[in-house]
Structure formats: structure tokens, C-alpha cells
Write a protein that binds this ligand. Structure first.
Ligand code: TXA
Ligand code: MG
Length: 335
């Protein structure tokens, strides 16, 4: 039996499987198996208020999940699927409320990974999948990250190699306002597809639109202040800071370092001797591919803390998604 058949069987039985995608690895369950959906939350230790993304292998599957497959949704799906864009649309009755955390909308995307698409086709039903990490922790970009994360839960992981994108999809909510006669768009999470790319498609297709600048917490329930955190604190420092001065400053602030953030436990250092420098390529595409692997390496090293020098690139629009992840993963930002 090959791995796809084996995974299909496990999913049929209402359990979860580690699935490769181009962004990060997901922890997948069939949307029509409530036991499977429940075990995603259990295995991940994820709170029930944070909704799951549903993964499809065809536009027909996507259409069946929503009551409003508009021309806007069609244009964006055509432009970016399979790929790292999640569309948040009104849910149909095929999607149960555990998946959407009680919201009337559902996040849908078609992943750009041959094994993910093969798995969804073999199962014949869309798969709900959050990133395959424990809640609040660094997302996995390699099969062995998932093995390591769930070593106690005995999860089958399909090895699809290192993720090519390395950061989660852009989450975009979209609805056509009849009164204003235009699409209301809101980026609920930054990702590989930029706002400029989305705008370009809407303009090319002559679809009137407007971006909502600060989506409310209700619309974007999974957006915590902290997330993606390595096991030891990540400290962001200014690029020109002298490391020995940083060490001095940190020693004063060691008691300010939390041992828990938003319910996620961190190892608070008792000493500040060994520093692990997180360095990233200047090219944001390459940096995205490496970020989570590097955060994991730092977390598993003998270091007391990880530090990252805030290089000037980080402030550019191309770094928007990376910037979001770095600041959410950080325990402290030194001025
Ligand atoms: O790239 C990705 O999106 C990866 C791969 C596995 O596909 N998945 C992923 O899932 O990152 P997760 O659960 O870690 O993050 C999903 C995000 C959460 O912030 C959640 O709140 C948001 O998407 N989301 C999902 N459904 C939503 C909805 N109906 N309304 C608003 N936000 C939603
Ligand atoms: Mg996640």
C-alpha cells in the first residue's frame, strides 16, 4: 500500500494525517468526519475559537463549500490557485460549525503541492487543515518537524520535502456589498500573495473593490498577538547594536521575559551566556523558505536566547508577511 492509500484509510476512519503543502505542513482531516475535525483541535491543543482552512483540489469542490462564489472569488482563484491564497467566503451547509468556530464564513484554498492535491483527490472530499504545530508554536516546513511536534500522538506524516514558500497563505475575506456596488476586501493574515498582486487582478478584471484597513477581531479570530514562537525567547534588536551592550540590557530585563505568553509556555532563561543569532537571506522569498527551520534550530540549540538584528529590508513591503511572523514570534523587542 502506498502512503496516499494509507493516509486515505486513516482519514476515512476519522483520524488526522500530516499533509505537505507549498506553504507549511498541515494537520488534515476530512470535513465530513466530525471525529477527525475534533482530533485536529485535540492533537494541536488549539482553542475551538480559531477556525480551520478547508483545502480543495478543484474549483467545483470550492464552489460547493460556499453560498457565494462571486466573479471576484472566481478571478482570484483563477489567478492564484493552486497557491498560497485563502479566500474567506460565506459557508454552505457542507461545512460544519466546528470547522469555522461558529462563524458564517469558511476559509478555502487549493494548495500547490502535488501530494496534497493527490491526497484530496484520492479522499474525494475537501480536507480541513491548520498548520501542523502545537498551538502558538513555530509552523512546520519539513516532514520531520511534524514528526517531532507530534511524536507522542503517533501521526502519519506524508513527506513532501521542504516547503517551497515556507510561510502560511494570505487570508483574504471577500464579499460584494450590494449597497456600495463593490467588493469589500480585508487581509486577515499577510502571506506570500501581496495586497498589490490582489489589487492587480481586481483591476485587470474590472471588479470594483475597496480594502478594509483594520479588520475586527471578530472577523479574524485566530490572529493572536503572539504566535510562531520558538521554545526559547526570540529577541529583536536594532541592526547596529553592540552585542555585549544588548547582553547587559537583557540582564536587567531578564525578569521581564515571560515564561508563558497567551497560554503558550516558554523556557525563561536563568542565565544569558549563549546567544543564537537568527540570520536570514536578504531576498524575502529565500528568507521565507528558511525562517521557521532557523527558529526551530535556535530553539533546539544550547542557546539561552535567539536574537535577530532588524535589518533595513524588514521594513519594506516585500517583507510584510515575514515581519508579521518575526514580531509575533518575538518575546521582546529592544529599541
Ligand atoms: O498556508 C496555510 O494557510 C496553512 C496550510 C496548511 O494550508 N494553514 C494554516 O492554517 O496556516 P492555520 O489554522 O494555522 O491558520 C489559519 C488562519 C487562522 O488565523 C484562522 O483564524 C484564519 O486562518 N481563518 C480560517 N478560517 C477563517 C474564517 N472563516 N474567518 C476568518 N479567519 C479564518
Ligand atoms: Mg497556524
Amino acid at each position: 500500500m502506498d502512503i496516499i492509500e494509507k493516509a486515505t484509510e486513516i482519514l476515512d476512519q476519522g483520524f488526522v494525517v500530516g499533509m505537505p503543502t507549498e506553504t507549511v505542513y498541515g494537520l488534515a482531516a476530512r470535513i465530513d468526519r466530525p471525529a477527525g475535525i475534533e482530533s485536529i483541535f485535540k492533537v494541536k491543543e488549539r482553542p475551538f475559537f480559531d477556525p480551520l482552512i478547508v483545502h480543495v483540489a478543484s474549483l467545483d469542490q470550492a464552489r460547493a463549500l460556499t453560498t457565494d462564489w462571486s466573479s471576484g472569488a472566481q478571478a482570484l482563484a483563477q489567478a492564484f490557485w493552486p497557491g498560497p491564497l485563502t479566500l474567506v467566503l460565506p459557508k454552505s451547509s457542507f461545512v460544519n460549525s466546528m470547522i469555522t468556530s461558529g462563524l458564517e464564513t469558511v476559509g478555502i484554498r487549493m494548495p500547490n503541492h502535488p501530494l496534497a492535491l493527490e491526497l484530496i483527490r484520492a479522499v474525494g472530499v475537501p480536507l480541513a487543515a491548520p498548520s501542523a504545530n502545537k498551538f502558538g508554536r513555530t509552523s512546520p516546513t519539513r516532514a520531520d518537524h511534524v514528526q517531532e511536534e507530534f511524536k507522542n500522538e503517533n501521526v502519519l506524516v506524508i513527506d513532501g520535502g521542504p516547503c517551497q514558500v515556507g510561510l502560511e497563505s494570505t487570508v483574504l475575506s471577500l464579499h460584494f456589498s450590494q449597497s456600495e456596488r463593490k467588493y469589500q476586501l480585508a487581509i486577515l493574515r499577510e502571506g506570500a500573495i501581496s495586497r498589490a498582486q490582489i489589487e492587480k487582478i481586481m483591476l485587470e478584471q474590472n471588479l470594483p473593490f475597496q480594502f478594509q484597513e483594520n479588520p475586527s477581531k471578530r472577523e479574524s479570530p485566530g490572529q493572536m498577538k503572539h504566535h510562531y514562537m520558538p521554545k526559547i525567547p526570540l529577541i529583536i534588536i536594532q541592526p547596529d547594536r553592540d552585542l555585549s551592550k544588548v547582553k547587559e540590557e537583557l540582564k536587567q530585563k531578564i525578569s521581564e521575559l515571560p515564561d508563558q505568553i497567551e497560554g503558550v509556555t516558554l523556557i525563561r532563561p536563568t542565565q544569558l551566556d549563549v546567544f543564537y543569532e537568527l540570520t536570514l537571506p536578504r531576498d524575502p522569498v529565500l528568507a521565507a523558505r528558511e525562517l521557521y527551520q532557523r527558529l526551530r534550530e535556535g530553539g533546539q540549540s544550547q542557546a539561552d536566547v535567539i536574537y535577530f538584528r532588524l535589518m533595513p529590508e524588514v521594513h519594506t513591503p516585500e517583507w510584510a508577511a515575514l515581519r508579521d511572523r518575526l514580531f509575533k514570534a518575538a518575546s521582546l523587542v529592544l529599541g
